[in-house]
Design a protein around this ligand. Structure first.
Ligand code: ADP
Ligand code: MG
Length: 331
Protein backbone atom coordinates (compact mmCIF):
# COMPACT_ATOMS: atom_id res chain seq x y z
CA UNK A 1 0.00 0.00 0.00
CA UNK A 2 1.26 3.49 -0.82
CA UNK A 3 2.51 5.59 2.07
CA UNK A 4 0.07 8.43 2.85
CA UNK A 5 1.36 11.92 2.07
CA UNK A 6 0.57 13.43 5.46
CA UNK A 7 -0.96 11.36 8.18
CA UNK A 8 -2.02 11.81 11.79
CA UNK A 9 -2.18 8.59 13.78
CA UNK A 10 -4.10 8.67 17.07
CA UNK A 11 -2.88 12.21 17.68
CA UNK A 12 -4.15 14.11 20.70
CA UNK A 13 -3.36 17.35 22.49
CA UNK A 14 -5.46 18.09 25.52
CA UNK A 15 -5.53 21.33 27.48
CA UNK A 16 -7.01 20.81 30.89
CA UNK A 17 -8.96 23.57 32.51
CA UNK A 18 -12.51 23.96 33.72
CA UNK A 19 -13.38 22.13 30.55
CA UNK A 20 -10.99 19.90 28.65
CA UNK A 21 -10.14 21.30 25.24
CA UNK A 22 -7.69 20.88 22.39
CA UNK A 23 -7.76 17.86 20.12
CA UNK A 24 -9.06 14.40 21.03
CA UNK A 25 -7.50 11.24 19.59
CA UNK A 26 -7.55 11.87 15.85
CA UNK A 27 -6.70 9.85 12.74
CA UNK A 28 -6.42 11.64 9.45
CA UNK A 29 -4.87 11.42 6.00
CA UNK A 30 -4.15 14.46 3.80
CA UNK A 31 -3.79 13.74 0.08
CA UNK A 32 -1.09 15.34 -2.05
CA UNK A 33 -1.94 18.04 -4.58
CA UNK A 34 -5.35 18.83 -3.07
CA UNK A 35 -6.93 21.53 -1.01
CA UNK A 36 -8.20 20.19 2.29
CA UNK A 37 -10.33 22.53 4.36
CA UNK A 38 -10.85 22.20 8.10
CA UNK A 39 -14.07 23.77 9.31
CA UNK A 40 -15.59 23.99 12.77
CA UNK A 41 -16.98 26.45 15.27
CA UNK A 42 -14.62 28.64 17.24
CA UNK A 43 -12.66 26.61 19.80
CA UNK A 44 -13.29 23.28 18.04
CA UNK A 45 -9.55 22.61 17.70
CA UNK A 46 -8.86 23.72 14.11
CA UNK A 47 -5.69 25.69 14.87
CA UNK A 48 -4.50 23.00 17.29
CA UNK A 49 -4.83 20.37 14.56
CA UNK A 50 -3.02 22.56 12.02
CA UNK A 51 -0.16 23.27 14.43
CA UNK A 52 0.18 19.57 15.20
CA UNK A 53 0.37 18.74 11.48
CA UNK A 54 3.06 21.38 10.97
CA UNK A 55 5.12 20.41 14.01
CA UNK A 56 4.58 23.66 15.91
CA UNK A 57 3.02 21.61 18.70
CA UNK A 58 3.99 18.20 20.01
CA UNK A 59 1.09 15.77 20.48
CA UNK A 60 0.43 14.31 23.94
CA UNK A 61 -0.04 10.95 22.26
CA UNK A 62 0.18 9.61 18.72
CA UNK A 63 2.28 10.86 15.86
CA UNK A 64 2.17 12.81 12.62
CA UNK A 65 3.94 11.30 9.61
CA UNK A 66 5.00 13.18 6.48
CA UNK A 67 5.74 10.70 3.68
CA UNK A 68 6.11 8.04 6.33
CA UNK A 69 8.53 9.96 8.55
CA UNK A 70 7.66 11.32 11.94
CA UNK A 71 7.36 15.08 12.24
CA UNK A 72 9.47 16.53 15.02
CA UNK A 73 7.90 18.78 17.61
CA UNK A 74 9.29 22.16 18.73
CA UNK A 75 11.30 20.57 21.57
CA UNK A 76 13.20 18.41 19.11
CA UNK A 77 13.96 20.94 16.43
CA UNK A 78 15.87 24.23 16.36
CA UNK A 79 13.44 26.03 14.04
CA UNK A 80 9.91 24.82 14.77
CA UNK A 81 7.81 23.61 11.86
CA UNK A 82 8.58 21.05 9.18
CA UNK A 83 11.00 22.28 6.50
CA UNK A 84 8.77 21.13 3.63
CA UNK A 85 5.82 23.19 4.95
CA UNK A 86 4.96 26.83 5.37
CA UNK A 87 2.17 28.37 7.39
CA UNK A 88 0.34 31.67 6.88
CA UNK A 89 -1.99 33.04 9.55
CA UNK A 90 -3.88 36.29 10.08
CA UNK A 91 -0.78 37.75 11.69
CA UNK A 92 1.63 39.26 9.22
CA UNK A 93 4.13 40.18 11.96
CA UNK A 94 7.15 38.74 10.25
CA UNK A 95 6.89 41.14 7.31
CA UNK A 96 9.47 43.89 7.18
CA UNK A 97 7.12 46.87 7.06
CA UNK A 98 9.65 49.39 5.82
CA UNK A 99 11.16 47.22 3.12
CA UNK A 100 9.72 46.90 -0.37
CA UNK A 101 7.41 44.06 -1.34
CA UNK A 102 10.12 42.70 -3.64
CA UNK A 103 12.71 42.49 -0.84
CA UNK A 104 10.24 40.99 1.60
CA UNK A 105 9.62 38.12 -0.80
CA UNK A 106 13.14 37.77 -2.24
CA UNK A 107 14.81 37.74 1.20
CA UNK A 108 13.34 34.30 1.86
CA UNK A 109 15.80 32.82 -0.64
CA UNK A 110 19.55 32.39 0.02
CA UNK A 111 21.99 34.87 -1.45
CA UNK A 112 23.93 32.24 -3.37
CA UNK A 113 22.33 32.32 -6.82
CA UNK A 114 21.27 35.89 -7.55
CA UNK A 115 19.86 35.16 -11.00
CA UNK A 116 17.65 32.36 -9.67
CA UNK A 117 16.58 34.61 -6.80
CA UNK A 118 15.61 37.37 -9.23
CA UNK A 119 13.69 35.00 -11.54
CA UNK A 120 11.85 33.26 -8.77
CA UNK A 121 10.80 36.47 -7.05
CA UNK A 122 9.50 37.79 -10.34
CA UNK A 123 7.57 34.60 -10.96
CA UNK A 124 5.96 34.53 -7.50
CA UNK A 125 4.95 38.20 -7.66
CA UNK A 126 3.40 37.55 -11.07
CA UNK A 127 1.58 34.44 -9.85
CA UNK A 128 0.12 36.41 -6.96
CA UNK A 129 -0.69 39.35 -9.23
CA UNK A 130 1.61 41.64 -7.23
CA UNK A 131 4.12 42.66 -9.90
CA UNK A 132 2.88 46.25 -9.83
CA UNK A 133 3.39 46.39 -6.06
CA UNK A 134 7.01 45.25 -6.17
CA UNK A 135 8.48 48.65 -5.27
CA UNK A 136 5.92 49.64 -2.66
CA UNK A 137 6.78 49.49 1.01
CA UNK A 138 4.73 46.93 2.94
CA UNK A 139 3.65 49.62 5.40
CA UNK A 140 1.76 51.35 2.57
CA UNK A 141 -0.22 48.26 1.56
CA UNK A 142 -3.82 47.31 2.38
CA UNK A 143 -4.58 44.31 4.61
CA UNK A 144 -5.31 42.11 1.61
CA UNK A 145 -2.09 43.10 -0.12
CA UNK A 146 -0.05 42.40 3.03
CA UNK A 147 -1.68 39.00 3.19
CA UNK A 148 -0.56 38.35 -0.38
CA UNK A 149 3.03 39.29 0.50
CA UNK A 150 2.88 36.82 3.39
CA UNK A 151 1.68 34.11 0.99
CA UNK A 152 4.40 35.10 -1.48
CA UNK A 153 7.04 34.70 1.22
CA UNK A 154 5.68 31.25 1.98
CA UNK A 155 5.44 30.11 -1.63
CA UNK A 156 8.84 31.31 -2.85
CA UNK A 157 10.58 28.65 -0.79
CA UNK A 158 8.61 26.01 -2.77
CA UNK A 159 7.03 24.25 0.18
CA UNK A 160 5.30 20.94 -0.45
CA UNK A 161 2.48 21.92 1.90
CA UNK A 162 0.99 25.37 2.49
CA UNK A 163 -0.96 25.68 5.74
CA UNK A 164 -3.42 28.55 5.99
CA UNK A 165 -5.05 29.43 9.32
CA UNK A 166 -8.00 31.74 8.55
CA UNK A 167 -5.66 33.91 6.49
CA UNK A 168 -8.35 35.89 4.71
CA UNK A 169 -10.38 37.09 7.70
CA UNK A 170 -9.15 40.66 7.46
CA UNK A 171 -9.39 40.73 3.69
CA UNK A 172 -12.41 42.28 2.00
CA UNK A 173 -14.67 40.06 -0.09
CA UNK A 174 -13.45 40.97 -3.56
CA UNK A 175 -9.80 40.51 -2.61
CA UNK A 176 -10.64 37.31 -0.81
CA UNK A 177 -12.17 35.69 -3.86
CA UNK A 178 -9.18 36.76 -5.93
CA UNK A 179 -6.79 35.14 -3.46
CA UNK A 180 -8.86 31.97 -3.27
CA UNK A 181 -8.79 31.72 -7.05
CA UNK A 182 -5.02 32.35 -7.22
CA UNK A 183 -4.36 29.63 -4.68
CA UNK A 184 -6.54 27.16 -6.58
CA UNK A 185 -4.59 27.98 -9.76
CA UNK A 186 -1.24 27.45 -8.03
CA UNK A 187 -2.43 24.09 -6.69
CA UNK A 188 -3.45 23.03 -10.20
CA UNK A 189 -0.22 24.27 -11.80
CA UNK A 190 2.33 23.11 -9.27
CA UNK A 191 0.74 20.23 -7.38
CA UNK A 192 1.07 22.15 -4.10
CA UNK A 193 -0.87 20.66 -1.19
CA UNK A 194 -2.95 23.15 0.79
CA UNK A 195 -4.59 22.74 4.19
CA UNK A 196 -6.83 25.65 5.06
CA UNK A 197 -8.66 26.38 8.29
CA UNK A 198 -11.74 28.51 7.91
CA UNK A 199 -15.14 29.17 9.33
CA UNK A 200 -16.43 30.80 6.17
CA UNK A 201 -18.74 28.36 4.34
CA UNK A 202 -18.41 30.16 0.99
CA UNK A 203 -14.64 29.86 1.23
CA UNK A 204 -14.46 26.17 2.05
CA UNK A 205 -17.17 25.19 -0.40
CA UNK A 206 -15.54 27.01 -3.30
CA UNK A 207 -11.95 26.06 -2.53
CA UNK A 208 -11.81 22.61 -1.01
CA UNK A 209 -11.45 19.21 -2.64
CA UNK A 210 -11.87 17.61 0.76
CA UNK A 211 -13.62 18.91 3.84
CA UNK A 212 -12.99 17.96 7.47
CA UNK A 213 -15.58 18.97 10.07
CA UNK A 214 -14.30 19.44 13.62
CA UNK A 215 -16.51 19.57 16.69
CA UNK A 216 -15.24 19.83 20.26
CA UNK A 217 -11.80 18.52 19.36
CA UNK A 218 -12.94 15.56 17.24
CA UNK A 219 -13.53 14.94 13.55
CA UNK A 220 -17.29 14.65 13.17
CA UNK A 221 -17.34 13.83 9.47
CA UNK A 222 -15.29 14.43 6.35
CA UNK A 223 -15.53 14.07 2.60
CA UNK A 224 -16.35 15.82 -0.65
CA UNK A 225 -17.72 19.33 0.02
CA UNK A 226 -20.64 18.93 -2.40
CA UNK A 227 -21.76 15.71 -0.76
CA UNK A 228 -21.32 17.10 2.75
CA UNK A 229 -23.37 20.14 1.77
CA UNK A 230 -26.24 18.24 0.19
CA UNK A 231 -26.41 15.43 2.73
CA UNK A 232 -24.56 16.17 5.95
CA UNK A 233 -24.69 13.34 8.44
CA UNK A 234 -24.98 15.81 11.30
CA UNK A 235 -27.02 18.92 11.97
CA UNK A 236 -23.84 20.63 13.20
CA UNK A 237 -22.34 20.34 9.71
CA UNK A 238 -25.44 21.74 8.02
CA UNK A 239 -25.38 24.71 10.39
CA UNK A 240 -21.71 25.40 9.60
CA UNK A 241 -22.18 25.20 5.84
CA UNK A 242 -25.35 27.20 5.32
CA UNK A 243 -27.68 29.68 6.93
CA UNK A 244 -30.39 27.07 7.37
CA UNK A 245 -33.59 26.93 9.40
CA UNK A 246 -33.71 24.35 12.20
CA UNK A 247 -37.15 23.29 13.44
CA UNK A 248 -38.04 21.08 16.39
CA UNK A 249 -40.44 18.21 15.80
CA UNK A 250 -43.35 20.23 17.19
CA UNK A 251 -42.52 23.20 15.00
CA UNK A 252 -42.19 20.97 11.94
CA UNK A 253 -45.61 19.45 12.65
CA UNK A 254 -47.11 22.91 13.07
CA UNK A 255 -45.82 23.69 9.57
CA UNK A 256 -47.48 20.58 8.18
CA UNK A 257 -44.32 18.47 7.91
CA UNK A 258 -44.90 14.90 8.99
CA UNK A 259 -41.75 13.58 10.62
CA UNK A 260 -40.56 11.45 13.54
CA UNK A 261 -37.18 13.20 13.68
CA UNK A 262 -36.29 15.43 16.64
CA UNK A 263 -35.13 18.19 14.29
CA UNK A 264 -35.52 19.07 10.68
CA UNK A 265 -33.23 21.32 8.69
CA UNK A 266 -34.34 23.42 5.72
CA UNK A 267 -31.86 25.19 3.43
CA UNK A 268 -33.03 28.57 2.07
CA UNK A 269 -32.89 27.33 -1.54
CA UNK A 270 -35.22 24.41 -0.80
CA UNK A 271 -38.18 26.70 -0.23
CA UNK A 272 -40.49 27.99 -2.92
CA UNK A 273 -42.73 30.93 -2.09
CA UNK A 274 -45.81 31.89 -4.07
CA UNK A 275 -48.53 34.47 -3.95
CA UNK A 276 -51.85 32.68 -3.52
CA UNK A 277 -55.44 33.83 -3.04
CA UNK A 278 -56.37 30.94 -0.82
CA UNK A 279 -53.18 29.93 1.03
CA UNK A 280 -51.46 32.78 2.79
CA UNK A 281 -50.21 31.30 6.04
CA UNK A 282 -46.76 32.85 5.95
CA UNK A 283 -46.00 36.51 6.44
CA UNK A 284 -42.85 38.09 5.03
CA UNK A 285 -41.36 39.72 8.10
CA UNK A 286 -38.07 40.84 6.62
CA UNK A 287 -36.38 41.02 3.25
CA UNK A 288 -32.57 40.94 3.43
CA UNK A 289 -30.91 42.20 0.28
CA UNK A 290 -27.90 40.06 -0.65
CA UNK A 291 -26.75 41.64 -3.88
CA UNK A 292 -27.54 38.95 -6.43
CA UNK A 293 -30.55 37.65 -4.51
CA UNK A 294 -32.44 38.23 -1.29
CA UNK A 295 -33.29 36.26 1.83
CA UNK A 296 -36.88 36.27 3.03
CA UNK A 297 -37.64 35.76 6.70
CA UNK A 298 -41.08 34.19 6.80
CA UNK A 299 -43.20 33.82 9.90
CA UNK A 300 -46.16 31.66 10.78
CA UNK A 301 -47.42 30.69 14.27
CA UNK A 302 -44.29 32.16 15.85
CA UNK A 303 -42.01 30.05 13.64
CA UNK A 304 -39.46 31.78 11.42
CA UNK A 305 -38.08 30.25 8.23
CA UNK A 306 -35.38 31.63 5.95
CA UNK A 307 -35.97 31.34 2.21
CA UNK A 308 -34.01 32.40 -0.83
CA UNK A 309 -35.65 34.61 -3.44
CA UNK A 310 -34.09 35.64 -6.74
CA UNK A 311 -37.10 37.52 -8.11
CA UNK A 312 -36.43 41.03 -6.91
CA UNK A 313 -39.42 43.20 -6.23
CA UNK A 314 -41.82 40.28 -6.19
CA UNK A 315 -42.56 40.73 -2.50
CA UNK A 316 -42.77 43.50 0.06
CA UNK A 317 -42.47 43.15 3.81
CA UNK A 318 -45.88 42.30 5.23
CA UNK A 319 -47.00 40.23 2.22
CA UNK A 320 -48.74 36.94 2.92
CA UNK A 321 -47.54 34.01 0.86
CA UNK A 322 -47.87 30.29 0.28
CA UNK A 323 -44.77 28.25 1.05
CA UNK A 324 -43.76 24.98 -0.58
CA UNK A 325 -40.93 22.80 0.71
CA UNK A 326 -39.02 20.79 -1.86
CA UNK A 327 -36.68 19.03 0.53
CA UNK A 328 -35.58 18.89 4.15
CA UNK A 329 -33.14 16.93 6.26
CA UNK A 330 -34.06 14.97 9.38
CA UNK A 331 -31.93 14.63 12.54
P1 ADP B 1 -10.05 26.94 16.86
O1 ADP B 1 -8.86 27.23 16.04
O2 ADP B 1 -10.96 25.90 16.25
O3 ADP B 1 -10.83 28.16 17.23
P2 ADP B 1 -8.10 26.12 18.85
O4 ADP B 1 -7.45 24.94 18.25
O5 ADP B 1 -7.37 27.39 18.81
O6 ADP B 1 -9.58 26.29 18.24
O7 ADP B 1 -8.43 25.81 20.37
C1 ADP B 1 -9.19 24.68 20.75
C2 ADP B 1 -9.42 24.76 22.23
O8 ADP B 1 -8.20 24.58 22.94
C3 ADP B 1 -9.99 26.08 22.69
O9 ADP B 1 -10.95 25.83 23.68
C4 ADP B 1 -8.80 26.81 23.26
O10 ADP B 1 -9.17 27.68 24.29
C5 ADP B 1 -7.93 25.68 23.78
N1 ADP B 1 -6.51 26.02 23.70
C6 ADP B 1 -5.82 26.26 22.58
N2 ADP B 1 -4.52 26.53 22.84
C7 ADP B 1 -4.41 26.49 24.18
C8 ADP B 1 -3.32 26.67 25.12
N3 ADP B 1 -2.08 26.96 24.68
N4 ADP B 1 -3.59 26.54 26.43
C9 ADP B 1 -4.83 26.22 26.86
N5 ADP B 1 -5.88 26.03 26.07
C10 ADP B 1 -5.69 26.15 24.75
MG1 MG C 1 -8.10 29.03 15.29
Amino acid sequence: MAIPFLQAIAVSKVYSGIQESGLQKTDLVINQGQITAIIGESGSGKSTLLRLLYGLLSPDKGEVLFKGERIWGPEEKLIPGHDAMKMVTQQTDDLNLFAKVWDNVASMLPHTDLKAKQDKTEKILKQLKMSSLANKRVVDLSGGEKQRVAIGRALITSPEILLLDEPFNQVDTSFREGLQHIIREIVKETGLTVIIVSHDPAEVLSMADELIVLKQGSILESGNPKILYQAPQFLYTARLLTNCTILTNDEAKACGIKTKAAHIVIYPEWIKTMKSWTHKDWEIKQILFKGCNEDLLLENKGITIRALNDQFGKYSEGDKVYLKLNKWLEY
